[in-house]
Design a protein around this ligand. Structure first.
Ligand code: F6P
Length: 195
């Protein structure tokens, strides 16, 4: 592909309260990001050609895409949904530490391989992303709006980092990332929304 554009969803109500997982709507800040995103994308593309937008099936990514131009086809992928936190879905990290201290420690010891009870690990996410990566490799002009853990894995792949390092990739909110594969490596540009 020529370039790939990546973004997390705008801030959600769960991000505000520090809860993980769930299917919350955008916060006021997240809503503001969804309104700023169309211009950020157009400026970064450099011309008027439409991108194809891939979101997860969760409300916060679909809402983040809602102000993009009508010409942008949109596709929802279950494989882009956030890492499933199983029994910890909806909890804050402090609550996890309190209710599941052994799990909290196990995750801290090996974040890549730790699988939430009834949920997923980063390793699991990397595997379910394989079809997405294959499709991406042969597509052009794709904008992906997804979630922190998923975005880290996609980012690590294109930046040719070891997948074991994906849990620590920095992918802040309200930031559009443009990746352009080149012969010598992947070129990266980041555009931070003013929110
Ligand atoms: O807090 C936002 C979030 O996307 C959670 O839904 C998810 O569990 C978490 O980030 C993933 O980040 P980490 O692997 O660092 O806990």
């Amino acid at each position: 592909p020529r370039s790939i554009w990546l973004s997390r969803h705008g801030e959600s109500q769960y991000n505000e309260t520090g809860q993980i997982g769930g299917d919350a709507e955008l916060s006021a800040n997240g809503e503001m990001y969804s309104r700023k995103l169309p211009k950020m994308v157009r400026d970064s593309v450099g011309d008027d050609r439409p991108l194809t937008v891939w979101t997860s099936t969760l409300k916060r990514t679909i809402s983040t895409a809602k102000h993009l131009p009508k010409e942008y086809n949109q596709l929802q992928w279950k494989a882009l949904d956030e890492l499933d936190a199983g029994v910890c879905d909806g909890l804050t990290y402090a609550e996890i530490e309190e209710q599941y201290p052994e799990d909290f420690k196990a995750r801290d010891d090996d974040k890549y391989n730790y699988r939430y009870r009834g949920g997923e690990s980063y390793r699991d996410v990397v595997i379910r992303l394989e079809p997405i990566i294959m499709e991406l490799e042969r597509s052009e002009d794709i904008l992906i709006i997804t979630h922190q853990a998923v975005l880290r894995c996609i980012y690590a792949y294109f930046m040719k980092k070891s997948q074991e390092d994906s849990p620590w990739m920095a992918v802040p909110l309200h930031t559009l990332i443009k990746l352009t594969p080149r012969a010598y490596g992947t070129e990266e540009q980041r555009y931070k929304a003013n929110i």
